[in-house]
Design a protein around this ligand. Structure first.
Ligand code: PGA
Length: 245
């Protein structure tokens, strides 16, 4: 059976003092989660130790927002999966649209990163999603299909160990959420590709302006197994309410 997963993506936000308050409030509120829901936060690298310190022993998991596909060496500024795993991380987001757009990450690189995360014993959250121009040109299925197929091809059987997040680029940080029906239509496509690859149980998260007010309707859709939450994950009450939806 697929279970509910709600992951916070802090992006490049936070500070030691504000994180401490947020993490402690999440830890204290973890008993308000809906039954069967796992909550996790993906924090900036410098705060992995703090996330571990504050969340260890609670039901809340933590992780990173990116990782190098390489193991070690002369790659200034990069962070390996081995390093991230040392901090007790369960999840690593790969291929977020901001990485694809700002850092030019390709489907092939995203697949290589997902492989590296798996090899380090963690779960990659592989992000896919179309831009507004692509949606308007009716290219959503083509783009999202290509993105997930690349991961399926590169990971083989192990694709069953990933989480996939559908995040329409036009809905990220814009306040413009996909309707539950729009989300379900793309999740259905993703599910059918994954079923074809023998990975029917992969958790499919929706991301893009998820908040407490719209989470329940999104999560009620047949192929929406949870959410990847940006802005709303920086507010403990809001994020816990999404976890309780
Ligand atoms: P948002 O971001 O919830 O702020 O739209 C989601 C994401 O980018 O993961």
């Amino acid at each position: 059976m697929r279970t509910r997963l709600v992951v916070g993506n802090w992006k490049m936000n936070g500070g030691l003092a504000s994180n401490a308050a947020l993490l402690d409030r999440l830890a204290a509120g973890a008993n308000s989660l809906a039954r069967g829901t796992t909550l996790a936060v993906c924090v900036p690298f410098p705060y992995l130790a703090q996330a571990r310190e504050r969340l260890q022993g609670t039901p809340i998991a933590w992780g990173a927002q990116d990782a190098s596909e390489r193991a070690a060496g002369a790659f200034t500024g990069d962070v390996s999966c081995g390093m991230i795993a040392e901090f007790g991380c369960r999840y690593v987001i790969v291929g977020h649209s901001e990485r694809r757009q700002v850092h030019g990450e390709t489907d092939a690189l995203v697949a290589a990163k997902a492989r590296a995360v798996l090899d380090a014993g963690m779960t990659p959250i592989v992000c896919v999603g179309e831009t507004l121009a692509e949606r308007e040109a009716k290219l959503t299925d083509t783009v999202v299909g290509r993105q997930v197929d690349e991961a399926i091809e590169a990971l083989g059987n192990e694709v069953s160990r990933v989480v996939v997040a559908y995040e329409p680029v036009w809905a990220i940080g814009t306040g413009r959420t996909a309707t539950p029906e729009q989300a379900q239509a793309v999740h259905e496509l993703l599910r059918s590709r994954l079923v074809g690859a023998g990975a029917a149980q992969v958790a499919l998260l929706y991301g893009g302006s998820v908040k407490a007010a719209n989470a329940a309707a999104l999560f009620a859709m047949a192929d929406v197994d949870g959410g990847l939450v940006g802005g709303a994950s920086l507010d403990a009450n809001e994020f816990l309410a999404i976890g309780g939806a």
